[in-house]
Design a protein around this ligand. Structure first.
Ligand code: CO8
Length: 303
């Protein structure tokens, strides 16, 4: 994996693709990997586990969808239902999001949801991605991402949708909006959330180059707020949460809304157009070819 990240950072996705296209001319193994991914994503076991401690008012939401917590339509639906339940529960004031998987927080959007699907299905999927972000970025709860593994693309979006980010101090874990490396473009609301987090210049560099930052580098640009040893990530998140919850809810919530409302309203008033854009972009033959090759590349790294 590390090699691929290094290669894609060095050559760009098209570089990785050209190497792969040579490989694919000599074999047809690319079809079965795609099927195996699909089967895994159809698993019916819960992808999210939530524990609410009513004495502290803090819920811990654990993503538990192997192998990489990719954000499929099912995953996003379950995530949003859980978030909504917590939002409506007056005893819940704070939310910590983490992963049960070793080494991965979330691999971002499930690429299989964007590959070979009908325009209707792509539209449904994109609406669920929007919904996840709207619910998280606009949450009344204090939210902390306890990032205990790599968190590219949609995983990074989920992290910067929270109020505070604590990441495991391990240079092998990376985080960032790497969309351009896949030949795709982060939508305006991904961009806006990143700008709100790290500022315009760092966001510009980060997005244009599709940079994935190691945990220490992410701290340097303010993409995460704190690094801690692996075994302290959850306890630190709990300690930090108690500081956030020491602030009266109404004051914190109004301030949060003041900071984020404009960004949220921009998507709300362009939601349908954003879905249309996504569907027409992702269903293009050239983009479908890129996604197929990216899937092959993910698979072939193991061979
Ligand atoms: N979707 C679907 N399957 C995935 C994904 C994914 N995002 N990521 C990994 N997988 C699969 C792999 O293919 C592999 O499958 P198999 O076991 O069948 O070979 C399995 O998960 C395990 O993956 P790895 O062996 O790579 O696991 P590692 O622990 O070595 O690495 C990583 C974990 C770092 C998460 C690595 O898998 C990785 O880098 N994945 C790709 C991440 C990525 O590029 N995500 C981008 C998704 S796009 C997105 O989120 C925003 C899109 C915005 C769209 C805008 C359009 C307009």
């Amino acid at each position: 994996m590390a090699n691929v990240l290094r290669n894609s950072a060095k050559f760009g996705f098209s570089g990785v693709l050209s190497q792969l296209s040579i490989h694919s001319r000599h074999g047809r193994e690319c079809v079965s990997p795609c099927f195996s991914l699909q089967q895994r994503n159809n698993s019916t076991s819960p992808k999210i586990k939530v524990d609410l401690d009513s004495s502290t008012g803090v819920a811990v939401l654990r993503m538990q969808s192997p192998p990489v917590n990719s954000l499929s339509l099912d995953f996003l639906t379950e995530f949003c239902i859980n978030l909504e339940k917590l939002e409506m529960d007056r005893s819940c004031r704070g939310l910590i999001i983490t992963s049960t998987l070793s080494k991965v927080f979330s691999a971002g959007l499930d690429i299989m949801e964007m590959y070979g699907k009908s325009p209707e299905r792509c539209g449904e999927f994109w609406k669920a991605v929007q919904e996840m972000w709207l619910k998280l970025y606009g949450s009344n709860m204090a939210t902390i991402a306890a990032i205990n593994g790599s968190s590219p693309a949609g995983g990074c979006l989920m992290s910067i949708g929270c109020d505070y980010r604590i990441m495991v101090d391990n240079p092998r874990y990376s985080i960032g909006l790497n969309e351009t490396q896949l030949g795709i473009v982060a939508p305006f609301w991904f961009k806006d959330t990143l700008v709100n987090t790290v500022g315009n210049r760092a966001a510009e560099l980060s997005l244009e180059l599709g940079l994935l930052y190691s945990a220490p580098d992410a701290l340097k640009i303010g993409l995460v707020d704190q690094l801690v040893p692996e075994d302290q990530v959850l306890s630190t998140a709990q300690d930090t949460m108690s500081k956030w919850l020491a602030i009266p809810d109404h004051a914190r919530q109004i301030t949060k809304s003041m900071m984020r409302k404009q960004t949220i309203d921009k998507l709300l008033s362009n939601r349908e157009a954003d879905i249309t854009n996504f569907v027409s972009f992702i269903t293009k033959d050239s983009i479908q070819r890129s996604l197929r090759m990216y899937l092959e590349m993910l698979k072939s790294r193991k061979a």
